[in-house]
Ligand binder design. Structure first.
Ligand code: RIB
Length: 304
């Protein structure tokens, strides 16, 4: 059965400069290449899930501008439903100037624009699609009230949720408590837990409020560690040639959503998400670097 995924999230036009090394404050460096392309954590996750074979609906806002047009044509090309995308009359489409150095590391500024104007009515309009979804995914590039609202609506309807707390931000404990899966990287975990210097497991345990919740901490080249009240395990990732790490977290979340929706067990779902992210970092860009299902299946099969 086809996995049904709803993403409540952001679109940004990525404006990416590739360079040998990042400029220091006050310094100008020469870039090697400049590329514009579709991005935004929510949209990247939607593209990842769609390329993995899921039926994906995107709920979000873009402006009445060229970047907004490009967002819509990206989703149409990727067979993502745009029925609940609102063209905001007053705010510009989000943009993200990005620096990527020769090691593949990135620095990103987001100017979220229309993403921050998502309204409860936009989510309510999609109530039926949410009720029929296998998994709903939300990130932190929309206003936090809407993060809470999307999780609440999904919970009322008994739909499984993934909260990807990226970019790093602090959410009230009662909002975190609404999510079934929480997927921070190590920095995001620290900010979400509101405490520095804790070991990963300790920080995670301060977030877990129910025995059903799972936190999955993405740890770059090491893989991802899941922590539940009664268990914890690092699921290693795949060794690949890194070109551009931008979007790796989004690939992971898109992959995780599809795997969970397809009924995979937790360890296999994380391995599937790891494979999706590993393939993503071998290519430049964000949405354009999301792999096809056949590539992920091939990488997983090669490991067996
Ligand atoms: O996670 C990568 C994404 O973060 C980029 O596409 C950029 O738009 C920012 O949202």
């Amino acid at each position: 059965m086809t996995a049904k995924i709803v993403i409540v999230g952001s679109f940004n036009m990525d404006l990416t400069a590739y360079m040998e090394r990042m400029p220091r404050p006050g310094e100008t460096v020469n870039g090697r290449k400049f590329v514009t392309g579709p991005g935004g954590k929510g949209s990247n996750q939607a593209v990842a899930a769609a390329r993995l074979g899921a039926d994906v609906t995107f709920i979000g806002r873009v402006g009445h501008d060229t970047f907004g047009d490009q967002a819509v044509s990206t989703w149409q090309r990727e067979h993502i439903s745009t029925r609940y995308v609102v063209r905001d009359p007053d705010h510009a489409t989000g943009v993200a100037p990005i620096f990527v150095d020769d090691t593949g590391e990135n620095s990103i500024v987001v100017v979220l624009g229309a993403n921050l104007n998502l309204q409860a009515a936009d989510i309510d309009a999609a109530a039926d699609v949410i009720a029929g979804a296998d998994v709903l995914v939300v990130q932190l590039e929309i206003n936090y009230d809407m993060v809470a609202y999307a999780l609440k609506v999904a919970k009322q309807k008994g739909i499984r949720t993934i909260l990807n707390p990226a970019p790093a931000g602090h959410l009230p404990a009662e909002v975190v408590a609404l999510a079934d899966f929480i997927t921070p990287n190590e920095t995001e975990l620290e900010v979400l837990a509101g405490k520095t210097g804790l070991a990963v497991e300790e920080a995670v345990r301060s977030l877990l409020t129910t025995a059903e919740q799972t936190v999955i901490v993405t740890m770059g080249a090491q893989g991802a560690r899941y922590v539940r009240r009664d268990s914890s395990e690092l699921i290693p990732t795949f060794k690949v040639e890194v070109v551009d790490t931008t979007g790796a977290g989004d690939a992971f979340n898109g992959g995780l959503a599809v795997a969970l929706a397809e009924g995979k067990d937790l360890r296999s779902a994380i391995a599937f998400a790891n494979a999706t992210a590993a393939l993503c970092v071998t290519r430049p860009g964000t949405a354009p670097s999301m792999p096809a299902r056949v590539e992920v299946d091939r990488l997983l099969a090669a490991q067996r």
